[in-house]
Design a protein around this ligand. Structure first.
Ligand SMILES: [Fe+2]
Length: 217
């Protein structure tokens, strides 16, 4: 069920539940994500990830073999301006990403003018001594037309609340801790996004698993 949002016609942001719940096989695959080797702290690796990108055709997705990723310094003060190469996204995740992209088309959240996408599977971890930072760079644009953030799974954590802020007025327009299988779609040019650090509540390790999709013309 879609939630009513007065901005839907302007497609500024929109949160909804995924039509098809993510499979447990796909959720489990997040346990095997590789460390993000581009973090500034080398003694506390709080992010694990994989990546894929490609082209959206009318009835199919063409995945690129390339997994190079680049963000301008302007968009990512933390690690922008550096060419990064991430581990390749596993087919079990790619399969679900394809379904989600075609659902976005069906919902008219992305139109036929959107030709390219990027897909990130990201696990942020925290332990007794360390917080995990979903967005170490703070409020930012990803540098695309639209972004979709999907909550996959989380365990033993507090925090990880998503925020959207109007880029010109700087007014916060959205705050929510996304539940599993909930998604947040937004206009990356008009809004800045952020998520709060995660803190361990019990056990040895806490985590927050997300999929982030970016879309461009
Ligand atoms: Fe981002």
């Amino acid at each position: 069920m879609m939630k009513k949002n007065k901005n839907i016609n302007k497609k500024v942001f929109f949160s909804f539940n995924l039509e098809k719940k993510l499979s447990s096989q796909m959720k489990k695959s997040f346990n095997f994500l590789k460390d993000d080797t581009y973090l500034k702290s080398h003694d506390w690796i709080f992010r694990k990830r994989s990546y894929g990108r490609g082209k959206i055709l009318k009835f199919k997705i063409i995945w690129s073999k390339q997994t190079n990723f680049f963000q301008k310094k302007k968009n990512n003060k933390y690690v922008g301006g550096i060419k990064r190469k991430f581990a390749v996204m596993k087919p079990v995740i790619k399969k679900e990403v394809e379904i989600i992209i075609f659902n976005l088309k069906k919902k008219n959240l992305i139109g036929n003018d959107i030709n390219f996408f990027g897909a990130h599977a990201i696990r942020i971890i925290c332990d007794k001594n360390n917080l995990g930072y979903p967005v170490p760079e703070g409020y930012h644009h990803d540098g695309f037309d639209f972004v979709l953030v999907i909550a996959v799974n989380s365990s033993n954590i507090l925090g990880g609340k998503s925020y959207l802020k109007n880029a010109s007025s700087k007014k916060i327009v959205f705050t929510k801790s996304l539940k599993n299988n909930q998604a947040l779609f937004f206009n990356d040019k008009k809004l800045l996004h952020y998520a709060t650090p995660i803190k361990l509540t019990k056990g040895k390790l806490g985590f927050r698993d997300m999929i982030v999709l970016t879309f461009s013309k």
